[in-house]
Write a protein that binds this ligand. Sequence first.
Ligand code: GLY
Length: 524
Amino acid sequence: MKPVVLSGFMATGKSTVGPALAARLGVPFVDTDALIEGESGRRVPDLWRAEGEALFRARESALVTRLLADPTPRVIAFGGGTVTTRATRHLALDRAFVVTLTADPATIVSRVKDVNARPNLAVENPLGRVVELLEARRGAYAEAHLSLSTDSVDVESLVDAIVAAAARDPLVMPLGERTYTIEIGNDAPTLLTDSLAALSPSTLIVVSDSNVQRCRGAALDSALAHLAIQEGARVILAPGEEFKTLASVATIWDAALGAGVDRDAVVVAFGGGVVGDLAGFAASALLRGLRFAQVPTTLLSMVDSSVGGKTGFDHVAGKNLLGAFHQPSTVVVDIAHLSTLPPRDRTAGLAEIVKIALACDASLLDLVEAHATDLATGAPGPVEAVVRAAISAKIRVVRDDERELGARALLNLGHTIGHALEAHGGYSKYRHGEAVAVGMMCELEATEAMGHTPRALVERTRSLLERLGLPASVSPAEVASAWPFVSTDKKRVGDRVKLPIVTAAGSAHVERVRIADLRARALR
Ligand code: GLY
């Protein structure tokens, strides 16, 4: 079990819930303010007045870094403003299960006995100050695995809720007030039931394709059967990248509007990357933006497309040229869906994991190599851990660059040439992941020729892709005929393309490379 962090504004109940939770879990309880007082020999209000907020926060960050370096299970109560430091907040989300306790401003003021002991509240209008601070910290507090109001709930019920949620061990995409959890389980339909119920939708518009409906429809029905919400419409699209079109988006719009959706409706994307991208884009425009849930059923959509908010559809000029960033409100990954996935699709999904690992997570690359045989044969053992690690790596990229202004472009490794090969093959020759694998090798060969990527890493990647059962080479003639699609790639800027350049395992940067230079190097 990970450490549990209790965060939230002063007087939201951290020092009441904390000891009760620790007792239930049989672990120690620590309070960062008390530790700071013990270590400094001074009271927090005195430190605050003497040092100012910035130095106090630095002291707090150093303490939290030290505490979370130790994975020993315990309950840690943060100070009210600890999570206002971004690095501290993200460290806690990476290493602990973070719960934000909330309370009404009036409740908070009524619970604070001595405002002078609370440096932030020693003002003429404490209630106004509480409202102002809560507003300023709203985004930071929202970045948690769980948020619970303590206004009128007894301590034991709060402890029950925290213990149940911590046992599921979800991941979090921290994006301020648009933060969402990624629940990961295996044959656990209640994860979907509970995640949808938590959104309190007025109705559901469920989008799937005929393959997914046939293979996994029963699992979906069993999750939805326990919801007290009527399904407004179920849209079953034709499967495959060739149907990732505006016409499919319009089918979703027609069904949703025909069902009379209102702004509290939730669109559920139940399927692979194509369904997720189409349903997410449809949701982004419906009534100027409905919430949507990603329920990925392929390996590729679990580790990549369902997380991060890229939505859209293809155009004859190229893949994903039309779309929007629209983050899901929840992502629910059930590994059991992979049991009916055709082996070729499952293998294709492994390419996106290698891509994420190569671009930004050396330990994930080691993990995939260590389990390559099982991953290639579809043995159930390591998949859940690998999926979890791959999503965690993607979260770290997206949280820092949601709109792909910088480092998120690293996740396009293999996609510039891969998308061109896919489009040139009429979206039927390659599975997306296969095109990414081949594109990744072409791009690595090119960046090796430019003097950036070590030869040994190019060979290590080729060998891993082959062990996983993925294609790792393509004829120069095919790349040459696919090349016109590189010029319409959405990552193109003038005569250059933003290309991820891998310099070591898990380490890469993005450069604007002349398309002509890339072509010359890729076609050597
Ligand atoms: N699939 C790459 C990204 O989400 O940025």
